[in-house]
Ligand binder design. Structure first.
Ligand SMILES: Nc1nc2c(ncn2[C@@H]2O[C@H](COP(=O)(O)OP(=O)(O)OP(=O)(O)O)[C@@H](O)[C@H]2O)c(=O)[nH]1
Length: 557
């Protein structure tokens, strides 16, 4: 795999790993930040919600307590059948009534089991009597339950069957000493109360108020409110724990309730699973009304992790840019110069020098490498050129030697045959007559025998010069073998051939060679032939040879 690809793959892997771990650490960091922000926010929100939501309620409770302590009311409660006391009591309570925010109150007396209610409307009957309480009726169980449990204060959400409304009741006992005389209180219209609660509710959190057992007393979703919590079996109640998704969350919230109860008005928190998401439950116990307030905050919704995704995208884009820059740098500094070097080396393989072009950004190591390569390649090329020249010279020399006789430097038989083949090809078109003269040295053996082989060689060289001299520019001399020579006469006719032959026969001016200070006359037998139509080289040679031998043997007679 190419360096570039390897580098790209490994860098991409490294960057992906970096991205992954950055994402992980960012996630952990973001969760920590979100967690701590949510906790701080929750603590403030819980306290704020407590004051905001419960202030009117607590105000009503306090008014109810004050109402229960009205002297005239206590006197009447002790003597419920005394009409005078009743009249005095109702006069007092009617004076008190406008102080309740709902402008209504109820009085339920133990002595006569009667329930009185006033809301400012003209009463059906003058004494505000509405109905008689019945211990066997489920709808009246709250009254007997409060008295039985001796609860000084009880907040209760309960439908008033007779009045046909659901109210948030603050029930307070009328007592004289330890004696319980009845229950009084006021009711807030639940729907109005809940609407106010929802209107003012923070968008991130849901507030619930529950009894210590967890039954929901106030919640924006009215359907989940547990009515008459005092009298219902806890299993049937609409319980806060049942809003949670799993057992672990259930147990955690319960233990948080226990912690909150240990330190009233102190906010305890727990992360639970509700409605399929993680939520921070902030729990505070409000001893004044013996309720727990719970705020649920959807952590992700409060500060969604997606808020951080922008950062992550910026990070990822930066990484991609970094990768691109690294890739480009790698190309400019390393891979492009290496590719240049490679193409130059390839050209060198074909005996061409192609200088590698390097940009000024190429890495210094590569520049040094290329500089070494340039020197080596130039040396290599000059060696090669030198070698080729030597080979060419040697080849030419060999070719020359293969065609020339080393002793006389004349064409040897092979060289002359090749030369004649060319010559005859040209002659085919030019048709300029030529001739061949066969020259054989007479009794050359005796020269060797008499003066030695070396002397014989010198004589042969001398003969070669002599023959060249005789034929001049118009001829070419070759050594046909041993002491036999062939002369090509280029522009020839019978007369010119006869003239040369006559000169060679040397009757008037023979060749005299000085051998070891002795003048030795060299004599030749000569035969010539003029080229004829349709002749081959062999044909002319044959005729010249024949003519020469005819002369030689004729001379011996
Ligand atoms: N020194 C020397 N002698 C050579 C060379 N080539 C051939 N000879 C000799 O030339 C002689 C040729 O002898 P022959 O063919 O009998 O010819 P000849 O002695 O001239 O006799 P005829 O031709 O019949 O007159 C031989 O003795 C060869 O050894 C050479 O290169 N150098």
């Amino acid at each position: 795999m190419a360096i570039k690809s390897r580098f790209l793959i490994s860098t991409t892997l490294i960057l992906l790993l970096t991205c992954f771990f950055s994402w992980l650490s960012m996630r952990v960091l973001a969760e920590d930040i979100i967690g701590s922000w949510v906790e701080r926010y929750a603590e403030k929100q819980v306290r704020y919600d407590k004051v905001r939501t419960l202030l009117p309620l607590i105000q009503e409770v306090n008014l109810s307590k004050e109402f229960a302590n009205l002297n005239a009311l206590t006197l009447w409660a002790k003597n419920p059948h005394d009409d005078n006391l009743k009249a005095q009591a109702l006069q007092e309570t009617e004076k008190f009534r406008p102080r309740f925010s709902d402008g209504s109150y109820f009085i339920a007396l133990k002595g006569n089991d009667r329930y009185y209610y006033s809301d400012g409307e003209k009463p059906i009957n003058s004494d505000y009597y509405r109905y008689t309480l019945d211990a066997s009726k489920n709808s009246d169980a709250w009254f007997y339950g409060i008295m039985e449990k001796n609860l000084d204060l009880h907040l209760n959400v309960n439908p008033d069957v007779e009045l046909g409304v659901v109210k948030l009741w603050s029930d307070v006992l009328i007592r004289e000493g330890d004696e319980v005389l009845g229950v009084v209180g006021t009711g807030l219209d639940l729907s109005t109360f809940l609407n106010q609660m929802v209107e003012k509710q923070d968008i991130y959190s849901a507030i619930l108020f529950t009894s210590p057992e967890g039954s929901i007393q106030l919640y924006q979703n009215e359907a989940l409110i547990s009515f008459s919590s005092l009298t219902n079996e806890s299993n049937n109640q609409k319980c806060i724990f049942k809003l949670l998704d799993d057992e672990a969350s259930h147990a955690l919230l319960k233990s948080t309730y226990a912690l909150a109860k240990e330190s009233p008005n102190h906010v305890e928190t727990a992360v639970v699973k509700k409605d399929g998401v993680r939520q921070l439950a902030s729990v505070i116990y409000i001893p004044e009304i013996d309720w727990f307030q719970v705020n649920f905050i959807d952590i992700n919704n409060f500060l969604p992790f997606t808020e951080f995704s922008g950062l992550l995208i910026v990070f990822a884009i930066s990484l991609v840019f970094a990768l691109l820059i690294v890739y480009l740098l790698l190309a400019v500094i390393v891979t492009k110069p290496i590719a240049e070097l490679e193409s130059s080396i390839r050209a060198l393989g074909e005996n061409q020098y192609k200088a590698p072009k390097l940009s000024r950004f190429a890495g210094p190591e590569i520049k040094r490498l290329v500089a070494h390569y340039r020197n080596i390649s130039k040396t290599l090329l000059s060696y090669q050129q030198e070698l080729e020249e030597k080979v060419a010279t040697r080849t030419a020399e060999l070719s020359r030697l293969s065609k020339r006789d080393p002793l006389t430097e004349l064409y040897n038989r092979r060289g002359f045959e090749m030369h004649m083949a060319d010559y005859m090809q040209k002659w085919e078109s030019a048709r300029t007559p030529f001739g061949l003269i066969n020259v054989d040295v007479d009794r050359f053996k005796s020269i060797n025998d008499q003066y030695g082989h070396g002397a014989g060689d010198l004589v042969l060289q001398r003969i070669a010069d002599y023959l060249i001299e005789i034929v001049g520019e118009n001829g070419e001399v070759s050594r046909w073998g041993g002491d036999e020579f062939l002369i090509l006469v280029k522009q020839a006719d019978v007369a010119s051939l006869a003239l040369i032959s006559k000169q060679l026969l040397g009757k008037s001016n023979p060749l005299i060679v000085d051998i070891k200070s002795q003048n030795v006359t060299i004599q030749f037998s000569v035969g010539s032939a003029l080229v004829q139509e349709e002749d081959t080289l062999a044909d002319i040679l044959h005729r010249a040879d024949k003519a020469m031998y005819a002369v030689k043997f004729a001379g011996r007679d």
